[in-house]
Ligand binder design. Structure first.
Ligand code: NAD
Length: 413
């Protein structure tokens, strides 16, 4: 059987555990989630049938704070994927130094085949099913692939009905009207943009940079918009689940966003050539941004990657074997647990605002985010230089040592 996402997450952890000299006990504790819940969610469908969906919630480590992590709706969600993503969340929160542990949830479903009413009943049903293990001080969910602010609003509302209390801080990524934070919708992409700027300052790169983005959803499309407003970047290729498009002279991003909104896909955009998602990854661009799903850059295609920098907005887009090939080829990989940590950082800001009853301006959110991302990038780069390791190994060393220290300070018996 193929190793899979959980195996890759464990391999990265093992390397960092060796580098940090972790004790066998701490290592054993951090290897698996503290708690993993498997739930069956009955949903009354529009035609009167009852369908039972399978869902999961994983809490990896809560040594540094409440578990934190998104909820994914996708037909390929699995227990191992949710476990791996929750482990990644522990490292991500630790890299950016926010006081959260790692959590993740998922439901096996195809949201594109559900009506709005079915989606709402499924979302409420999922929260009822996991309500005993989540809460503003224990486990705080958020959006992930194919879940959005509307779904978070239904989930928050369901939790309030169960608990009988108004508790905006249960869930983050909510609409601003029901306790969401300004800037949260674009935080993942904006955080990626801030670390990319730091990386560009470190090397000798052209004045105009070409960019290819795989995945045109919350993370990928938002980054395309941010980059297109910055005169330094030319977005030359993008893709979604239906296929990829390319224009050597650069895509008109605002027009492309409108086209995607209208047609549901990037395909068919006037003036652009079509290519496959695989071909997009191999384009000779300055910056490649995987912003879709895991396992996209593998040992089979890593040697053909033509980019100088890879900014991992997706979680786990590069397998460890591929990572080694990229490192040897001198390609700078800004790893997921750093590159996409802007989302969880602003989720933390949202939770802080909800708990204190405060409301920050978008400017306050963005400038605090910039500070966190810059500091985190510099800390990771410092470790990479001191230890002569790649950025992923450095980010893992920083994260694992922080989580391990918190675990050991709490003690185990
Ligand atoms: P999304 O559902 O908004 O968008 C996903 C996009 O990927 C869609 O455009 C979809 O069409 C496309 N896609 C799906 N399969 C594809 C394939 N095989 N090839 C090319 N494109 C494909 O999801 P999102 O929130 O943008 O998340 C994308 C990635 O970023 C995920 O790995 C997620 O875990 C990660 N991430 C997201 C956030 C966030 O705040 N949204 C935070 C951290 C990490």
């Amino acid at each position: 059987m193929a190793e899979g996402f959980l195996g890759w997450a464990n391999r990265n952890f093992d390397l960092a555990a060796d580098a940090c000299g972790l004790s066998p006990s701490t290592r054993r504790i951090l290897l698996e989630p503290e708690r993993f819940l498997h739930v069956a969610i009955p949903v009354k469908m529009d035609d009167g049938r009852v369908e039972v969906f399978t869902g999961f919630r994983s809490q990896h480590s809560t040594s540094r704070g409440p578990a934190k992590g998104g909820i994914r709706y996708h037909p390929l969600v699995s227990a191992d994927e949710v476990r791996a993503l929750s482990i990644l969340m522990s490292w991500k929160c630790a890299v950016v130094g926010i006081p959260f542990g790692g959590g993740k949830g998922g439901v096996i479903c195809d949201p594109s085949k559900l009506s709005k009413g079915e989606l709402e009943r499924l979302s409420r049903g999922y929260i009822r099913a996991i309500s005993k293990i989540i809460g503003p001080a224990s486990d705080i969910p958020a959006p992930d692939v194919y879940t959005d602010a509307q779904i978070m609003a239904w989930m928050e509302d369901e939790y309030e009905r169960i608990s009988g209390k108004k508790s905006f801080s249960l869930i983050t990524g909510k609409p601003v009207e029901v306790g969401g934070s300004l800037g949260r919708g674009e935080a993942t992409a904006r955080g990626g943009y801030f670390v990319l700027e730091e990386a560009l300052g470190d090397g000798d790169y052209p004045a105009k940079l070409s960019v290819a983005i795989q995945g045109f959803g919350n993370a990928g499309a938002t980054l395309a918009r941010i980059l297109s407003k910055d005169g330094r970047f030319l977005v030359v290729a993008v893709s979604d689940s239906k296929g990829a498009i390319r224009s050597e002279t650069g895509l008109d991003v605002p027009a492309l966003l409108a086209h995607k909104e209208r047609t549901g896909s990037v395909l068919g955009f006037p003036g652009a050539k079509e290519l496959s998602n695989g071909e997009l990854l191999e384009l000779p661009v300055d910056v490649l941004v995987p912003a879709a799903l895991e396992g996209q850059i593998t040992k089979e295609n890593a040697g053909a990657v033509g980019a100088k920098i890879i900014l991992e907005l997706a979680n786990g887009p590069t397998t460890p074997d591929a990572d080694e090939i990229l490192r040897k080829a001198g390609i700078l990989v800004i790893p997921d647990i750093l590159a996409n940590a802007g989302g969880v950082t602003v989720s933390y800001f949202e939770w802080v605002q909800n708990n204190s009853g405060d409301v920050w301006t978008e400017g306050q959110v963005n400038s605090r985010l910039e500070g966190v991302m810059q500091d985190s990038y510099r800390a990771v780069r410092g470790i990479a230089k001191d230890r002569s390791v790649g950025m992923r190994a450095a980010a893992y060393i920083l994260a694992v040592s922080r989580v391990a220290r918190a675990t050991e300070l709490r003690g185990f018996y």
